[in-house]
Design a protein around this ligand. Structure first.
Ligand SMILES: [Zn+2]
Length: 66
């Protein structure tokens, strides 16, 4: 992922992290990565799978709260 555009964005610089627009972008990318990780788990009855799904759901509620 290319982060240089965030470093150059004045809004990102001002917020010290990501501006609203770029945060959405970064979050969408993270979600995609998490989902593809979950999809690679073959045994959907495994604790690993349950853990991954739970983590994904939690990340959604955290992000939506902000
Ligand atoms: Zn920005």
């Amino acid at each position: 992922m290319d982060y240089s555009k965030y470093l150059q964005c004045p809004d990102c610089q001002e917020s010290g992290l990501y501006c609203v627009k770029h945060r959405r972008e970064v979050e969408a990318n993270l979600r995609k990565r998490e989902i593809s990780k979950v999809l690679k788990i073959r045994n959907i009855g495994s604790p690993q799978y349950v853990h991954a799904i739970r983590g994904l759901l939690e990340s959604y509620s955290v992000w939506d709260a902000n």
